[in-house]
Design a protein around this ligand. Structure first.
Ligand code: NAD
Length: 275
């Protein structure tokens, strides 16, 4: 935590994450809102941004142009198509960036890497501090337990989630594979079907199984099971509130102030170092 005010510009301010971020910034004691941006066609352009989250006027108007003042941090949770222009604008103005938008292209990733040579950036597909730690714990556990323990990942999300398995489950699987020198794409088994012959359906030792459940309103649950002979280790994270992503992103924004250029992730923000 810094001992001075952090001024934040929110991109995608009208969206679900944008409104959560707006509320968190306006309610915080160490942050000020320096801008709120959404796309031109969005309703409410020119209105006070605080109106979007039902708070008293902030004096900051919703705009369609990203013009972050010097000394501010841009927090972008919009859509993949907007990322390149936002990264380019932060680069041009020398302003740090927290990028939460998921589904960005390979070209955008390359742009992020180039931009990270000149400005500090935190990019993460999951800003939850618990998930960041869970990923590291799972990799450490897999390495320590060794090949005699089989790995299965289970995830549960609300009925509206489009992708399955979740990007987070896949990232945890990749971290485990990397920690144990396996190629994730070769060992990942995303579902099992017993209509296959018994030999084919038996798991191999190196397999990493991933099971996805959908339904209800769960904000996200991930469990990694390490199954051995006579013992089983389970690591579980349950999200009960989507605000965790906004809290993590704002923690990243505070951490970025005064940081040297670099492309960082949430593990860096938590002081966990590179995986
Ligand atoms: P949303 O659809 O509710 O909001 C997106 C907002 O971005 C909308 O208001 C839209 O008008 C705006 N937008 C679109 N194009 C824009 C542009 N060119 N300039 C400015 N604003 C623009 O989506 P959401 O649920 O708030 O999620 C936003 C993004 O954040 C998604 O990519 C989502 O996957 C991601 N997300 C990431 C995390 C994380 O921890 N990294 C967590 C939750 C959501």
């Amino acid at each position: 935590m810094t001992d001075r005010f952090v001024s934040v510009v929110i991109v995608g301010a009208r969206g679900r994450m944008g409104q959560t971020l707006l509320r968190a910034v306006l309610d915080s004691e160490d942050m000020t809102l320096a801008g709120a941006v959404d796309r031109t066609e969005s309703p409410g352009m020119g209105d006070d941004a605080a109106k979007l989250c039902g708070l008293p006027p902030s004096g900051v108007l919703l705009t369609d142009e990203l013009r972050p003042p010097r000394g501010s941090v841009v927090v972008d949770f919009s859509l993949p198509g907007a990322a390149d222009a936002n990264i380019a604008r932060c680069l041009e103005l020398g302003v740090p960036l927290v990028l939460g938008t998921t589904g960005i292209s390979g070209e955008t990733r390359d742009l992020l890497k180039r931009a990270g040579k000149e400005i500090p950036i935190v990019s993460a597909a999951n800003f939850s501090v618990g998930i960041t730690l869970l990923t590291q714990l799972a990799a450490t556990a897999a390495r320590a337990l060794g090949p005699e323990f089989e790995t299965e990942i289970f995830e549960l999300h609300h009925r509206h989630k489009r992708d399955a398995p979740s990007g987070t489950a896949l990232r945890i699987g990749k971290a485990i594979a990397q920690a144990t020198e396996r190629n994730f794409d070769e060992v990942a088994v995303r579902s099992r079907d017993t209509t296959q012959s018994q030999t084919q359906s038996q798991r191999t030792a190196e397999e990493i199984g991933i099971v996805a459940l959908r339904g209800g309103d769960s904000a996200g649950e991930h469990t990694i099971m390490f199954l051995g002979a006579g013992e089983r280790l389970e690591l579980t994270h349950r999200a009960t509130d989507r605000d965790i992503f906004a809290r993590g992103a704002l923690r990243a924004a505070r951490w970025l102030v005064g940081r040297p250029p670099g492309l960082y992730d949430m593990a860096d923000v938590l002081g966990l170092g590179r995986r």
